[in-house]
Design a protein around this ligand. Structure first.
Ligand SMILES: Cc1ncc(COP(=O)(O)O)c(C=O)c1O
Length: 369
């Protein structure tokens, strides 16, 4: 195999936009109703139904979904929220934007999700003075919700799910987003489905739903009546039109991600890299297929030379970011993962040849370099 065999690079993400999305957007543009309106309402109810929840509230992105959901769950200044440091920074930023403080627990080194034992010891280290648990289903793999829900119930704190990467994943047959008190999604273009930019809050809790809806719309109670302080975090009809078509495709997108993942497991089973594991009673949505190697940077360069794009999610854990200098903690499993993880292409647009090229390049590195 030589570099020149692959003229086109193999992308780490490749969002699919078809005729349905284009037609739906055109219809919205023709209607003249571009901001939040009926198309958003339809998307909200369809996404809530997909999530097995009674409410869906569309937002401008996943970060604003988290901010609104935390606020609606009663989190505010002086509160503490336990979360993972091994996530996109938006998770922790959303906590800080409510006025609360993130408290970082470590991750399970196998699943990369927050470790229930570390959550328990972190809560104890704060004498139980914790107000919420913000769980991330990283890479599309559901966190250990049995253990985490049990801890949250014992300390009587709400569970907020950051399902930004996990559309289509399930735990005990239930969709992520419906497993805690409130769930949040992102529709950024690299995600399992997109609206360009966009987000969604889902919940069965009427009060949280009402508070979220008010918060994302200037605290509005009626036309030009504003009961509380709020933001403009609304989604547009244009984004919702894309989202409705993408939601129709989501089951197939996830099916294809899972098929590609099975092909990668198969092709890489004899290699020395640590491969992801799907926990029992969960369906992994394979937003990422993340392998692990102590020679991660060399491996990344090798794949790059062969025209294969990869991603490091995330090279710096949140607690080590300069913006979090005052939140310094010890999270050795997260720190080590940051040095070793590498996500390889698994998205639905990959051809068989591309998957084979990824496997061959990895096997070559493992055997000869
Ligand atoms: C885990 C996680 N949380 C939150 C977000 C924020 O979503 P957005 O980029 O739509 O604001 C993202 C996505 O980027 C994410 O991956």
């Amino acid at each position: 195999m030589t570099e020149t065999q692959y003229q086109d690079r193999i992308a780490i993400a490749d969002p699919y936009i078809g005729t349905e999305e284009k037609t739906a957007v055109e219809q919205v543009l023709d209607s003249g109703s571009l901001a939040s309106g009926e198309e958003v309402e339809r998307f909200e109810s369809e996404f809530a139904s997909f999530s097995h929840t009674s409410h869906g509230i569309a937002t401008s992105n996943g970060t604003t979904a988290l901010h609104a959901a935390l606020h609606a769950a009663g989190i505010g200044p002086g509160d503490r929220v336990v979360t993972t440091p091994f996530t996109f920074i938006a998770t922790a930023n959303a906590i800080r934007f409510t006025g609360a403080e993130p408290v970082f627990a470590d991750i399970d080194p196998q699943s990369y999700n927050i470790d229930p034992q570390s959550v328990e010891s972190t809560i104890q280290a704060h004498d139980g003075e914790i107000d919420a648990l913000l769980v991330v289903h990283l890479y599309g793999h559901p966190a250990d919700m049995d253990a985490l829900s049990d801890i949250a119930a014992r300390y009587d704190i709400p569970v907020i799910e950051d399902a930004a990467q996990a559309h289509g994943a399930t735990h005990r047959g239930k969709p992520v987003g419906s497993l805690g008190d409130v769930g949040c999604f992102s529709f950024y273009p690299t995600k399992n489905m997109t609206t360009g930019e966009g987000g969604m809050v889902v919940t069965d809790n009427d009060e949280i739903a009402a508070r979220t809806r008010q918060f994302i719309d200037h605290g509005r109670s009626d036309r030009y009546e504003h009961e509380r302080l709020g933001h403009n975090f609304r989604m547009t009809n244009v984004a919702a039109a894309i989202g409705r078509s993408q939601l129709q495709r989501l089951p197939l997108f996830v099916h294809e991600r899972r098929q590609n993942a099975m092909r990668l497991y198969d092709g890489l089973q004899d290699c020395s890299f640590s491969l992801p594991r799907e926990a029992p009673r969960t369906t992994h949505a394979y937003h990422q297929f993340t392998i692990r190697s102590e020679r991660r940077d060399e491996l990344k360069n090798h794949l790059d030379e062969f025209g294969i794009d990869t991603g490091v999610y995330y090279p710096i854990p949140v607690h080590e970011q300069p913006a979090y200098a005052e939140h310094s903690v010890s999270a050795p499993a997260a720190e080590r993962a940051s040095d070793e993880v590498l996500s390889i292409p698994v998205h639905p647009q990959l051809s068989d040849d591309e998957l084979n090229a990824v496997i061959t390049a990895l096997e070559y590195f493992d055997s000869y370099l």
